[in-house]
Design a binder for this molecule. Structure first.
Ligand SMILES: Cc1cc2nc3c(=O)[nH]c(=O)nc-3n(C[C@H](O)[C@H](O)[C@H](O)COP(=O)(O)O)c2cc1C
Length: 274
C-alpha cells in the first residue's frame, strides 16, 4: 500500500516533493501529470513527513502519523517553553539549497555558540573544518561516490551496499545525493584518542544546526559522506585533517531553497517510568 497520497486537484506539479524526498520514492510523472509514489516503495519511506510539510499547496497526505506538533504550556524563567519548543521542533533537514554563500562572519557566530556545547570532562575536543568553497564541496561529494563505486566493485559486505547503486546512478544523472548541492560543509573532528570525541562532536553539531536556524541557515547531517570519510583514503586526504585527528561527523549547510509550512509528526516519547 502506498503511504503517500497526492491530490491531483491541488497539486501544481511543482515537484518540490520529488526534489526533497530523502529516499527518492516520489517520482515525477509525464508532463502535466501528478507525481506519484509507487506502492512497492512504501517499505523505503523514511516517514520524515517532508513531502507533506514542504508542499506549498497542501496537496500531500501521508498514512503514517503526521499530526502537527502541539506544545503544552509550562512555566520557564526566561524563554517561554512554548517558544523554545517551537523553535526546536521547527528544525528540518534541508536538502535543497539556494545558490548563495553564507557569509563567513555568520558561520563564525554559529561556531561561537556551538563551542559552548557540553563535552566530556569539559575537554572541548571538537575542531571544525568548514568547507566554504562550493566547488570543493562538489569534489568531496564526488569522492564519496567514488568510495561507493569501490565498495560495489569489491566483495565487501557493507550495510549501505543496497542503497549504493541508486545513489551512484542519481549522481551520474547530475543529482548530488551526498551533499545535496549545498554550498558548504561543516566537519567536526577530534584527536583520535579522545575517549568522548564522537559524542562531543555529535552534541556540538546538534548545537550548530540549532544555532544555524536563527540565522536562517539550513543544515542536513551528511551521513554518507561521514561514513565514506572514515575509511576512504582519497577522501581523508582531501579533507586534510590535522595529524592524529579523525572525522567524527559532518553536515551540509546553506540557505534553504524552499520554505517549510508545518511540522511533521514524530513517534511519541517511548518512556519507561520507574
Ligand atoms: C546521523 C544522521 C545521518 C544523516 N545522514 C543523512 C544523509 O546522508 N543525507 C540526507 O539527506 N539526510 C541525512 N540525515 C537526515 C535524516 O534523514 C533526517 O534527520 C530525518 O529524515 C528526519 O527529518 P528532520 O531532520 O527534518 O526531522 C541524517 C540524519 C542523521 C541524524
Amino acid at each position: 500500500m502506498t503511504v503517500i497520497t497526492i491530490d491531483p486537484e491541488l497539486c501544481t506539479n511543482c515537484e518540490i516533493c520529488v526534489e526533497i524526498c530523502p529516499m527518492s520514492i516520489i517520482l515525477p510523472s509525464s508532463e502535466g501529470e501528478t507525481p506519484y509514489s509507487p506502492e512497492d516503495a512504501a517499505a523505503y519511506c523514511a516517514k520524515c513527513g517532508h513531502c507533506e510539510v514542504f508542499c506549498p499547496e497542501g496537496a500531500i497526505s501521508t498514512l503514517f502519523d503526521s499530526t502537527y506538533y502541539q506544545l503544552q504550556d509550562d512555566e520557564f524563567p526566561s524563554i517561554p517553553p512554548s517558544e523554545l519548543g517551537k523553535y526546536m521542533v521547527m528544525r528540518r533537514s534541508i536538502r535543497s539549497y539556494k545558490d548563495e554563500s553564507v557569509d563567513k562572519g555568520i558561520i563564525d557566530k554559529i561556531l561561537d555558540i556551538s563551542r559552548y556545547a557540553p563535552s566530556g570532562m569539559n575537554k572541548q575536543p571538537v575542531h571544525w573544518t568548514i568547507v566554504h568553497d562550493p566547488e570543493e564541496v562538489k569534489k568531496i561529494a564526488g569522492l564519496s561516490i567514488d568510495w561507493m563505486r569501490e565498495v560495489m566493485a569489491s566483495e565487501e559486505d557493507h550495510p549501505l551496499k543496497p542503497l549504493m547503486p541508486g545513489l551512484i546512478s542519481a549522481y551520474e544523472m547530475g543529482i548530488d545525493p551526498i551533499c545535496r548541492g549545498a554550498p558548504h560543509l561543516v566537519i567536526a573532528h577530534t584527536p583520535a584518542d579522545n575517549p568522548t570525541g564522537y559524542t562531543d562532536s555529535i552534541i556540538a553539531l546538534s548545537w550548530f544546526e540549532l544555532a544555524a536556524q536563527v540565522f536562517e541557515v539550513g543544515t542536513c547531517w551528511a551521513g554518507f559522506l561521514s561514513i565514506a570519510a572514515a575509511s576512504y583514503k582519497p577522501l581523508m586526504d582531501e579533507l586534510e585533517l590535522p595529524q592524529g585527528h579523525v572525522i567524527q561527523y559532518s553536515m551540509m549547510f546553506g540557505y534553504p531553497e524552499h520554505k517549510v509550512k508545518g511540522i511533521p509528526g514524530r513517534e511519541p516519547p517511548r518512556v519507561t517510568w520507574k
